[in-house]
Design a protein around this ligand. Structure first.
Ligand code: DX5
Ligand code: ZN
Length: 231
């Protein structure tokens, strides 16, 4: 995984066909997705349950780009090896998931994955400052995690800009997750995000059998973000 700051569109499979992840992943990749975003929820850290490492391992075979696994679970540490075995390229844990995030990020890297740190909307981005050198990615949540299709929280745009400034010239991706559509893609790209997670706004209007809308959605998001890009 080489580092660059170009805009990457990462469809969230939370909005895909749960009975046929493989085909939907192949379809969005064929239509231009840069990364595949995989949301793991435990019904404890967030009020919803999605799937676990066995499912992630099964879908790995269908991912040719980058498998970006977003853990909305607590605790994280007992499951790091399972997600490494499942083939995650990036493993992201929430700062709010436990008291020892520093150790968690170290353990993710030790297991051979890129480390991601996610921040809930209620968490000030300054809280990530002491952890940045352990991060390959920081994910700013622009919804409260747990569900797809929620409204973008506008006040998070300022936090994205602050985070981008804190990162400076370090090779750390700025990811944004939640409510990304054509309008908000511009806002977050202008603020300095380079990885745009999008569920509803990618999968809307298409199916794996008729994937043309996936491609149109991805291209439109990329264009909106590229046109607005700040740096
Ligand atoms: C929210 C998840 C997101 C979600 C985004 O808890 O982390 O990845 O799928 O969905 P949209 O793009 O529909 O807001
Ligand atoms: Zn996510």
């Amino acid at each position: 995984m080489d580092f660059d700051r170009s805009i990457k569109i990462a469809p969230s499979i939370l909005a895909a066909d749960f009975a046929d992840f493989g085909r939907d992943i192949e379809a969005v990749e064929a239509e231009g997705a840069d990364w595949i975003h995989v949301d793991v929820m435990d019904g404890h850290f967030v009020p919803n349950i999605s799937f676990g490492p066995q499912t992630v391992k099964a879908i790995r075979k269908h991912v040719r780009t980058v498998m970006d696994v977003h853990l909305m679970i607590a605790p994280v540490d007992p499951y790091i090896d399972a997600f490494a075995q499942a083939g995650a390229d990036v493993l992201t844990a929430h700062l709010e998931a436990g008291p020892h995030t520093h150790r968690t990020l170290q353990a993710i890297r030790s297991a051979g994955m890129k480390s991601g740190l996610a921040l809930n909307p209620g968490t000030p981005v300054e809280a990530a400052a002491p952890l940045l050198d352990l991060c390959d990615l920081v994910c700013v949540m622009t919804v409260n995690p747990g569900f797809g299709g929620q409204a973008f929280i506008e006040s998070q745009v300022g936090q994205i800009g602050q985070l981008r400034a804190m990162i400076g010239d370090r090779n750390i991706h700025v990811e944004v997750d939640g409510g990304v559509d054509l309008r908000t893609a511009s806002l977050v790209a202008d603020a300095g995000a380079d990885v745009l997670v999008a569920g509803t706004s990618v999968f809307n209007g298409g199916t794996a059998a008729k994937p043309r809308a996936y491609g149109e959605n991805i291209r439109a998001l990329r264009e909106a973000a590229d046109n607005a890009k700040g740096d």
